[in-house]
Design a protein around this ligand. Structure first.
Ligand code: GUN
Length: 292
């Protein structure tokens, strides 16, 4: 069994990005600029956004964090996005999800200019992904593809089982793995809460992507010997013995599944770090388009 280490793989992507930014800035261009919008103070969202901002600084991107109160009106948020769309100094826009219940996520996502949609959630980006056209790939599935590429894990002809059908991970992941490119060409099954005998379906997977948000859901009996196991879960589970009062758990029961898997991603230290690498790559692409 080999650990797929997100620290190592993301560092390699970040080093390439850092070099490219240094060359662009040395040639007299401004630095790429990501705007992140955080509504309210959900603890997990705060952590993710802080990490995105920190990573921007590390690779030489500029970033702007816009914090809005949880009670902000939908119209005010949409106007903030419209302002960022119109700002020629901003290359990428992300609005951290989830949003408070009174705000329509689809409306927010559609308001972000498709040219600045570095999260890849806009219907235009998703449509292009489905059609195999160049696009912004949602950061987590993109990060997983970068991880497979970093470790040169062949996927062609394999059966991939994706658990979860969210717009953020499961569905785009299933499209990427089935697409005709070097780390695709899988036969893909997508499972969800209405899948009968999900364990039996999982056992058929040469690759399992667990993205349902249920801590330690995937157990050893659901995994075929030698499977490649990608754990997307990051759930905070209360634990009085932990310093922060919680621990981060993945969707996979790591210790038992690791004994059967050929490759496995840890949580933390796996897919989460690759998500940021994917986002940063998208931001650089959005920026480079403005130079043309
Ligand atoms: N919430 C969970 N994952 C993501 C992500 O990749 N982007 C945004 N904007 N929100 C998220």
């Amino acid at each position: 069994m080999q650990i797929l280490d997100g620290k190592i793989a993301s560092l390699s992507v970040k080093e390439q990005l850092t070099q490219e930014v240094q060359q662009l800035v040395a040639a007299g261009h401004r630095a790429p600029h990501l705007a992140a919008v955080l509504v309210g103070n959900n603890g997990a969202s705060e952590t993710y956004v802080a990490s995105k901002v920190k990573n921007c600084a590390e690779i030489g991107f500029q970033s702007t964090l816009i914090r809005l109160d949880a009670a902000v009106s939908e119209e005010e948020l949409l106007n903030t996005i419209r302002g960022l769309n119109a700002d020629n100094n901003i290359d990428g826009i992300l609005v951290q999800l989830p949003l408070p219940k009174h705000i329509s996520e689809p409306k927010v996502i559609e308001t972000i200019s498709a040219e600045k949609d570095v999260d890849g959630f806009h219907p235009v980006s998703v449509g292009r992904l489905v059609q195999g056209l160049e696009t912004f790939i949602p950061a987590t599935p993109y990060g997983i593809m970068l991880m497979l590429e970093h470790y040169k894990i062949p996927t062609k002809g394999k059966h991939a089982v994706v658990i979860g059908r969210s717009n953020i991970v499961g569905r785009p992941m299933s499209i990427l793995l089935s697409s005709n490119h070097p780390y695709g060409n899988c036969t893909v099954t997508i499972c969800h809460s209405h899948t009968p005998d999900l364990a039996a379906v999982c056992r058929q997977g040469d690759i399992i992507v667990a993205a349902l948000g249920k801590p330690e859901f995937v157990t050893a009996d659901m995994v075929k010997d030698g499977a490649i196991v990608i754990d997307v879960g990051i759930t905070r589970v209360e634990d009085a013995t932990a310093k922060k009062g919680f621990r981060i758990k993945g969707d996979v029961s790591f210790d038992q599944v690791a004994e059967k898997a050929s490759y496995i991603t840890p949580v933390p230290g796996g897919v989460g770090l690759m998500t940021i690498a994917g986002l940063m790559k998208n931001t650089l692409v959005a920026y480079k388009r403005t130079l043309k």
